[in-house]
Structures are given as structure tokens and as C-alpha cells.
Write a protein that binds this ligand. Structure first.
Ligand SMILES: Cc1cc2nc3c(=O)[nH]c(=O)nc-3n(C[C@H](O)[C@H](O)[C@H](O)COP(=O)(O)O)c2cc1C
Length: 314
């Protein structure tokens, strides 16, 4: 299948494995997805500098296909990580949380394609004006960092496509080939899946976390941190306490304090799925088994083909 994104990035399938802190902060998942013809994306955010350098080397040794690196530009480690990524001439940058403009020229000079993650029409316009090559657009169903506006993927992606000319990777709420077909039909040039790839042996999160994703129903996530930088995670003791305090009208400082006391790391590495931030999308309810990432890719491609045939035969 050829789209503006497969042509821009040189990948076989219009399918991205989303950057997920901890879950995709390793080489195995990225290598497996890229070797299967998709776009594997390393989440560099939580990594120490020396680990980032090592894992980048592992990925370059493990695949000759294009892969991406996600660097949150507002991180204190961003400048150093950008230098390492630039030196390594990474094929694709998937930058988030910050302005891309000042970095584009030097990355373009070494052949890196720059994708920018946005969650609003305004940020999509700004990223286009800054000169990025393509956008990743996150809707409200997404795990991790959904838009504060809570506008869903179908509406936000469609609106962004009305406003910008850039290729768009749609993200949030997709776990199978039918979902991919739906967003391609909407006009997206590729589709990104995060939560689906947590349920793989390659994802580097605790077994408790993977089990919690398999057990979750579509209505068992919570939107935590309204009015700040919200996250979507599975409902657990932390999320319930937060939402209860919010409902009771607790002051912002108290909510902020509670928010900061709990972490994704606590859930992802220590396996504390009760009090940690078990970030996952609504699509967790669509995920029922753990499969190797290459097998997930194979199934996604087959399901996408089946969805296209179904539509053609209607
Ligand atoms: C556990 C987890 C961690 C995430 N970490 C990041 C991150 O480090 N950087 C980023 O840009 N997005 C991050 N995200 C968002 C994903 O890149 C993606 O937008 C989201 O998973 C898509 O929604 P889905 O889970 O329904 O497929 C994370 C999502 C999850 C579930």
C-alpha cells in the first residue's frame, strides 16, 4: 500500500508502533516492527544518555529498515539526545512537547525526516509553519498524553486534514486492521498504535502491566489531570483517588501534588498497577492476547486487507 507517509519514509506498511515511555524504550520492539515493514519508534524520554546511545546502536545493528526516535523537546536531556540522534543520522525523528523550528535544518542536512506529535489544530498549524515533514495527530482515546481538549481521534484528525497540507499519522484508539482502514479512509496517510504493542513480549513493561491491559474493557480507562497535562491510563486506585478528589473540588495544588507522587515508572518497571500510572488507551479493551510484535504486524496487515475488501464489496 502506498501513501504519502510510506513514500516519505520508505516503509512498506502505513503502520507505526507508537513511542511509549518504558514500553518502547528498548531496541527489541523497534527492531521487530521495522523489520516487519512498519515504523518502530524508540521512546527516548525515560532513558539515561549512555543507555540511549547504546540502544540506538543496537537498533542500527538490528535493522536496515527505517526506524524512528521520539525525543520530548522539553526534557532536560533533549539537547544532548538531539546531538546523539543527529550524529547517528537517524532516519526519522518523532518529536513531541516543544517547538521543532530551530532543529529542522541540521537534521534535514543529514537526511532525517522530522515528524511532530500534535494534539490540537493550533499546534498542527504551528508545526506546519515551522516546516516539519509530517504530523502525528493524537486524539482523546489515546493512551499516554491525549489532547487536553478531549477531542476524539476521528474528529481531530479530520479537522487537522482540513487545515494542513502535510501528511498525517493518525493516533489513538486503534488496535486492529479495521481501525487502521477507518483512519486511512478518513484521509490519514498512516496510523499509529501504542497500546496494542504493549501486549507483546518485546515491550519492556512489567508482566502485571501487560496483564492489566489484556483484562481492561474499553470503558476502564481514566482521564487524569484535567486542566494540566492530562494522561489516559487504566482505572486503578490512584486514578480513582484523583478523580474523587477532583469531583470533591480539591484545590489544583493538592491534585498536582497527588499527580506527582505517582509515576509511569512505578507501574511499568515495578509492576505497581494499583498506584502507578498504568498509561494505556481505550483500545486496551480491544487487545486480548500477547503476541510477538512481528505477528501483530502480520495480523494488522491481513486485517487491513480484509477491511479494504469488505468495503470494496459493499
Ligand atoms: C504507556 C505509554 C507511554 C507513552 N509514552 C509516550 C512518549 O514517551 N512520547 C510520546 O510522544 N507519546 C507517548 N505515548 C503516546 C503514544 O505515542 C500514542 O500516541 C498512543 O499510545 C496512541 O493511542 P493508543 O494507545 O490507543 O494506540 C505513550 C502512550 C502509552 C500508552
Amino acid at each position: 500500500m502506498k501513501t504519502r507517509i510510506t513514500a516519505l519514509l520508505g516503509i512498506e506498511h502505513p503502520i507505526f508502533q507508537a513511542a511509549m515511555s518504558w514500553a518502547s524504550s528498548n531496541s527489541a520492539l523497534v527492531i521487530a516492527v521495522s523489520n516487519a515493514g512498519g515504523m518502530g519508534v524508540l521512546a527516548a524520554g525515560p532513558l539515561r544518555i549512555d543507555d540511549f546511545r547504546r540502544i540506538l546502536g543496537e537498533i542500527q545493528a538490528g535493522t536496515k529498515k527505517p526506524f524512528g526516535v521520539n525525543i520530548p523537546l522539553n526534557s532536560s536531556k533533549a539537547a544532548e539526545m538531539l546531538n546523539i540522534a543527529h550524529e547517528a543520522r537517524i532516519p526519522v525523528m518523532v518529536a513531541s512537547q516543544g517547538g521543532p523550528r530551530e532543529h529542522l535544518a541540521r537534521f534535514r542536512a543529514v537526511g532525517t525526516k522530522w515528524l511532530h506529535v500534535v494534539a490540537s489544530v493550533e499546534h498542527a498549524r504551528k508545526a506546519e509553519a515551522a516546516g516539519v515533514d509530517a504530523l502525528v495527530v493524537d486524539g482523546a482515546e489515546a493512551g499516554g498524553h491525549p489532547p487536553p481538549s478531549e477531542v476524539g481521534t476521528i474528529v481531530l484528525v479530520r479537522r487537522v486534514l482540513q487545515e494542513v497540507k502535510l501528511p498525517v499519522v493518525a493516533s489513538g484508539g486503534v488496535a486492529d486492521g479495521a481501525g487502521i482502514a477507518a483512519l486511512l479512509a478518513l484521509g490519514a496517510d498512516a496510523v499509529q498504535l501504542g497500546t496494542r504493542f504493549i501486549a507483546t513480549p518485546e515491550a519492556s513493561v512489567h508482566e502485571n502491566y501487560k496483564r492489566a491491559v489484556l483484562e481492561a474493557e474499553v470503558d476502564q480507562t481514566a482521564f487524569v489531570g484535567r486542566g494540566m497535562a492530562p494522561i489516559r491510563q487504566l482505572r486503578n486506585s490512584f486514578a480513582e483517588k484523583y478523580v474523587e478528589m477532583e469531583r470533591a473540588g480539591a484545590p489544583m495544588e493538592e491534585l498536582d501534588e497527588l499527580f506527582k507522587q505517582h509515576s509511569l515508572k512505578q507501574a511499568a518497571l515495578e509492576g505497581d498497577i494499583k498506584w502507578g500510572k498504568v498509561e494505556a488507551g481505550q483500545s486496551a479493551g480491544l487487545v486480548h492476547e500477547i503476541l510477538p510484535a512481528a505477528e501483530v504486524m502480520r495480523r494488522l496487515v491481513n486485517e487491513l486487507e480484509a477491511a479494504r475488501r469488505r468495503l470494496a464489496n459493499l
